[in-house]
Write a protein that binds this ligand. Sequence first.
Ligand SMILES: *[C@@H]1O[C@H](CO)[C@@H](O)[C@H](O)[C@H]1NC(C)=O
Ligand SMILES: *[C@@H]1O[C@H](CO)[C@@H](O)[C@H](O)[C@H]1NC(C)=O
Ligand SMILES: *[C@@H]1O[C@H](CO)[C@@H](O)[C@H](O)[C@H]1NC(C)=O
Ligand SMILES: *[C@@H]1O[C@H](CO)[C@@H](O)[C@H](O)[C@H]1NC(C)=O
Ligand SMILES: *[C@@H]1O[C@H](CO)[C@@H](O)[C@H](O)[C@H]1NC(C)=O
Length: 466
Amino acid sequence: MLLIPKTKSSRTLWSWLQYLTYFRLIPISVGILCVLCVLQRHRLESDSFYITANVWKQNVSNSLLPGCKSLINGDQTAVSRWATYSGFSVEELLRMTSGDCSLLKERIHFPNKPLTEEEEQFPLAYGMVVYKNPEQVIRQLSAFYWPQNLYCITYDQKSSASFARIIRNLAENCFNNVIVPEKQYRMEWCSKGQLLATRSCVESLNSRTDHPWKYFQYLSGFDLPLRTNYEMVQIMKVLNGSSDSVLRAVPHHDYSKNWTNIPGNLTPLKGSMSVTFSRATTDAILKDQIATEYFEYLLKTNETKYIEDMCPDEAYWTTVLYNDPIIKLPHKTVGEQCIKQLKSNRFNLKKRKSDISRYQTWLEDLAMWNINGAKWKVATNCHGKYFRYSCVFGIGDLPILVKKPHLVAHKLYLDYQPTAYFCLNEWLRNRTYNQPKFDVSIYKRLIDVRYAQANGEERDNIECFA
Ligand SMILES: *[C@@H]1O[C@H](CO)[C@@H](O)[C@H](O)[C@H]1NC(C)=O
Ligand SMILES: *[C@@H]1O[C@H](CO)[C@@H](O)[C@H](O)[C@H]1NC(C)=O
Ligand SMILES: *[C@@H]1O[C@H](CO)[C@@H](O)[C@H](O)[C@H]1NC(C)=O
Ligand SMILES: *[C@@H]1O[C@H](CO)[C@@H](O)[C@H](O)[C@H]1NC(C)=O
Ligand SMILES: *[C@@H]1O[C@H](CO)[C@@H](O)[C@H](O)[C@H]1NC(C)=O
């Protein structure tokens, strides 16, 4: 006797119950329901990061992780329960990025069309220098990703074969707007490999003449955006051709340690790898004779010296971006004013030009520059931990991060207080799809922007290191 209902009308509750009983489905269904109830209760009660992270892994378009909103508002009561995240294995990531990458795109959110026409008309370019932790790289890409933009990723020559495979898969299988240059470099901290890698990405991106990207930003492997793509576009429009970089004097800028015979008599400036500049500027730098000679000069310089002064990539971009008119740039930069002011007070190492490219905090400067003798003062601007004097942001930094005007936060680790990472990402996602009114006045006040618009006398009054 098999009670499968023959017609639609005969599908009464009774016949279904008989059917379920026959196949012993009632106990099974009740069992499944109970498990779901327990899970749901657990989820509601514990606010557990594991469960939400798994949901998030499966379907990223769900709402903000429970608890993020209060964390962002500074209520840290849930902290201790949100300690670890045991993401995807390398094997999973290899599988997810093979074939047509549909598995990857199912698990991690990559938008497949521009959000607004304005963003579509103003594509951006990003360069990323990465070493390890492939899941973090992919999540970082996802956080910055829009199909109209162009991305270049270079990885350390010493990275594992599987890491390299995953990164190359992103370009070969997953996204036609991701470039991985053929050649990779050895990237010790503060090494020439960094400089070679950053310049190779800029070259690769610029050589894509079929792609109309308008502004470029450099990212490390541990950044997360603080601005939505829409906001990035608004900011780049305010920059209107100007560059953005931190800028300061070279420590020990007394030339006693071989800062001699600098091509074009450039004034070396210390910046950071995180720089933002327009495509016209990119093109100008790549074509400029002195910028190229300076690049080669840095490659020839004794590497040991860099560690004491600055890293090669920190020595390059800011110097060529702000040394006009020696470097032939498409427009006047505030660099000429900053250099004038630096030269009149060149040993004040604490002075730095403001920037919005990235938000990063350091161990107190005094401790940094006097590593042996200094009392290591822990700054109050870091609620996470320090790695190489620089803060890895934690949960306690969220309320600060969401108020910063910068383009990206540097740095966050997926495996250090992962809640901070996921909540910041979710905050941004919510902002992306519920875009609040965005006020650009703070960017209009950047001295790079003001200088470009000012006339002679106003220019002289601009204080570079205020
Ligand atoms: C993800 O969630 C959204 C909204 O809750 C839903 O519309 C969509 O179908 C889900 N996608 C997948 C792959 O489950
Ligand atoms: C932007 O730059 C262009 C060309 O350099 C200039 O003509 C224009 O006035 C600038 N716009 C603003 C708002 O400064
Ligand atoms: C400076 O450079 C010269 C040649 O480039 C080299 O012979 C010399 O050892 C260098 N001095 C220092 C202190 O690095
Ligand atoms: C580089 O400089 C360091 C000290 O500044 C010196 O000990 C080393 O021998 C130099 N190396 C080369 C290849 O010149
Ligand atoms: C998402 O963004 C909207 C608009 O900015 C805001 O009102 C809302 O509180 C945010 N939601 C969460 C969960 O943070």
